[in-house]
Each structure stands twice: as structure tokens, then as C-alpha cells.
Design a binder for this molecule. Structure first.
Ligand SMILES: Nc1ncnc2c1ncn2[C@@H]1O[C@H](COP(=O)(O)OP(=O)(O)O)[C@@H](O)[C@H]1O
Ligand SMILES: [Mg+2]
Length: 367
């Protein structure tokens, strides 16, 4: 059999918590992680990227500078991963680099991930595959989620209905049906609003293990208001981001609940996340045998408890059960997408994104 080929993936998601880098050995559809490094996002960069998610002064200039700084962080993570794995840059075929989403408007025909891929190719001496979402949007798709094709490749089992839930800032589901069909879409907020409220009222980046939420009680009136957003009931394909579920969204829904205790609000937010995910799963895959969870939200015990309560018999585990730890899955997906691009193979699933057809994704910056 041919030697495995090495690809790296670099990912920073809507949570703005940090950058994940993974080195993957790929042999046909079989993949093995050789290294994983996670570096936190420096506070100033995080604040600037969050600010760039809103309209503001001198955006073009600031966006390019932020992209350069983020790219340096990507390059550092990549260097760490290679060192950890004891692999030289020359051995890596390509790196798939996601960049930071600062606008996601497929409704207007674009999605924008900040990154300086030319800088990254110069810094690391490895071929870079970037801008992986735009081509799908150009073909009429949502440009998201892109992970379902990878989920199918590594987790799919013929004959079994299996769901994969990525609990990042946004929660997205991949539904892998036993007959080979795949659906996938963003359910709505995952950790994003939980993080925001914890930052505003707890002074922490996030609610560790959901311990704070667990001290609160769900407020039925507030829960109803939170779930009263047309996004939750909308048919797939659909995708969303910080453009929609942001601080202003939360503020509007909290009107009339000024007396609510902050922990009750946090519990209600967590319940909203669990309810919205469970409703989508029931609607689209009522016979799911298992829900495999990945992303940082796997660490949130309170959220997982709520989710399990809604899902009854469906087994809920994390993706490490099938060989890939929760925090490595998304970066691994972008390494896999880089391989697809280099091989000239499509990376999107039209059944998921709504694109007119399969497309080879990404722009290639040769080493
Ligand atoms: N110990 C923990 N307890 C609760 N939540 C956690 C914990 N560790 C990580 N998280 C959550 O996971 C998020 C990061 O998840 P990640 O999958 O990287 O999301 P994204 O793709 O949006 O960056 C954090 O912002 C936080 O909300
Ligand atoms: Mg992250």
C-alpha cells in the first residue's frame, strides 16, 4: 500500500478562543493524528477580531493587519505541531487554513475569513490551501458547514444512522444516514452566547464545565423568548454565525427580564442550546442510534446533561470513541479538505450546503 501522506489543518472558530493545529497522516480515507497543538488567542487580537465582526472605522486596513497577526499565530501553531510530531515542513504536502470568519453572508453572496495565506506560505514553506468556503457560496451554497464530508469519511458506518454534533461557538450537526445520505446544517448558537454572558456577568472567558449554569434555574418565559427566532425552525440548508446570534440579539431577548439572576439567564441559554439541537435531531433523524460530540462544548458538563435529558435513548459520546478527540476534529477536517483540494476532488456536499453541485474548494498558494 502507498505511504501515508501528511497534511496539516489550522482552525480558529467563532468562539475566538484560540487556534487549533493538527497534523494528519492520510491513507485513502483512513486518517491518523500525529500531533495536535492549541494556542490561545491573545486578548488584543481576540478583541480586534470581535470588533471587525461589526462595522467600524478603517475596516479594510485594520482587517489586513489583524489577518497578518492571526497568520503569525497560525504559523507558530504549525511550527509547534511539526516539532511535536518530529516532522519537517518538507514532508507535509499542504496545510488547510481556515482563517477567522468576520462576516458570513451567503444571503448576499459572500463569506469572509480573515487570513494572509501568502504570508503563511512564506512563513512555513508549505503549500497553503485557504479560502475554503467561497467557492461553495459562489455556486449558490451556504459555504457551511464543510465538516460533514469529513465526518462521513471518518465516522460513517453503512447501515447505521449516526449524528455528529460540533459544539463550537455555533453548533452544527452532520447527519450520516445508514443508506449513505448526508444532511448537515448549523443548528444555531453553541457556546457563543454562553461565553458572552459568562464574560459579561462572571468576568470569565467561559463558564467552566457549565458549573455556573448548573446553579441557575431555567426561566420558562425567557426560554420561550430565546427559542422564538425563525432560524431555529427554518429548513436546511442553513448556516449562521456571529452576524446573527450576537450581543444585540441577546440584549433584545433579555428585555423584560432585567430582574432575572445572571445564573438563571445562563441556565436558560444552555437549555435553549440543548432544546434547539434536540429538536433538529428529532425532526431530521428520529432514529439516530448515537450522537457523537466534538468541539470545546464537549467540556461543558451542564450542557451535555441537558442534551442527554432531551435525547432519551440516543447514546451520546464524544468522537474519541471513534479515534478522534473532540478538540481535534475540526482542524483535522481542514487538513482533509486541503488534501481534497490538492487532489482536485470536491470538498463540499451539495445536500448539505445547497450548492448547485460538488466543487473543488480553496485557493492554493504553492510552497
Ligand atoms: N472546560 C470547559 N468548560 C466549558 N466550556 C468549555 C470548556 N473548554 C472549552 N469550552 C467551550 O468551548 C469553546 C471553544 O470550542 P471550539 O470547538 O474551539 O469552538 P470554535 O470552533 O467556535 O472556536 C470555548 O469558547 C468554550 O465555550
Ligand atoms: Mg476554537
Amino acid at each position: 500500500m502507498a505511504q501515508p501522506r501528511l497534511f496539516a489543518g489550522l482552525m480558529s472558530g467563532t468562539s475566538l478562543d484560540g487556534v487549533d493545529g493538527v497534523l494528519l497522516a492520510l491513507q485513502r480515507e483512513h486518517c491518523r493524528v500525529l500531533g495536535h497543538v492549541q494556542r490561545p488567542m491573545p486578548q488584543a487580537l481576540r478583541a480586534e477580531l470581535a470588533a471587525l465582526n461589526q462595522r467600524g472605522d478603517d475596516e479594510l486596513h485594520r482587517a489586513r493587519l489583524a489577518a497578518a497577526e492571526l497568520t503569525r499565530l497560525y504559523a507558530d501553531v504549525l511550527e509547534d505541531v511539526l516539532r511535536q510530531a518530529g516532522v519537517a515542513a518538507a514532508q507535509v504536502v499542504a496545510v488547510g487554513a481556515h482563517g477567522q470568519t468576520v462576516r458570513h453572508r451567503p444571503d448576499l453572496g459572500y463569506t469572509l475569513q480573515l487570513l494572509a495565506p501568502a504570508d503563511l506560505a512564506e512563513a512555513c514553506g508549505i503549500t497553503v490551501v485557504a479560502d475554503l468556503r467561497s467557492r461553495d457560496v459562489a455556486a449558490g451554497g451556504q459555504g457551511a458547514p464543510l465538516v460533514p464530508a469529513f465526518h462521513r469519511a471518518v465516522f460513517g458506518r453503512p447501515g447505521a444512522d449516526l449524528a455528529v454534533l460540533n459544539l463550537g461557538g455555533i453548533a452544527n450537526l452532520s447527519l450520516l444516514f445508514g443508506d449513505g445520505r448526508v444532511l448537515g446544517f448549523d443548528c444555531g448558537p453553541g457556546n457563543a452566547l454562553l461565553d458572552l454572558w459568562a464574560q459579561q456577568r462572571l468576568g470569565r472567558d467561559f463558564d467552566d464545565r457549565g458549573q455556573w449554569a448548573a446553579t441557575g434555574s431555567v426561566l420558562p418565559g425567557l426560554l420561550q423568548r430565546l427559542l422564538d427566532d425563525p432560524y431555529f425552525g427554518a429548513p436546511a440548508p442553513k448556516s449562521t454565525g456571529r452576524d446573527h446570534f450576537d450581543g444585540a440579539w441577546l440584549q433584545r431577548r433579555l428585555q423584560g427580564f432585567a430582574d432575572a439572576s445572571p445564573q438563571d439567564v445562563q441556565a436558560s441559554l444552555a437549555e435553549m442550546v440543548a432544546c434547539s439541537i434536540a429538536a433538529e435531531l428529532r425532526r431530521h433523524m428520529p432514529l439516530a442510534e448515537e450522537l457523537l460530540v466534538c468541539g470545546g462544548g464537549w467540556e461543558n458538563d451542564d450542557l451535555l446533561r441537558r442534551l442527554r435529558r432531551h435525547l432519551g435513548d440516543c447514546r451520546v459520546s464524544d468522537t474519541s470513541r471513534l479515534g478522534l478527540p473532540a478538540q481535534q476534529v475540526e482542524a483535522a477536517a481542514f487538513a482533509w479538505l486541503a488534501a481534497r483540494a490538492i487532489d482536485g476532488l470536491p470538498g463540499n456536499l451539495p445536500s448539505v450546503t445547497g450548492a448547485r453541485g460538488e466543487r473543488v474548494l480553496g485557493a492554493i498558494y504553492r510552497a
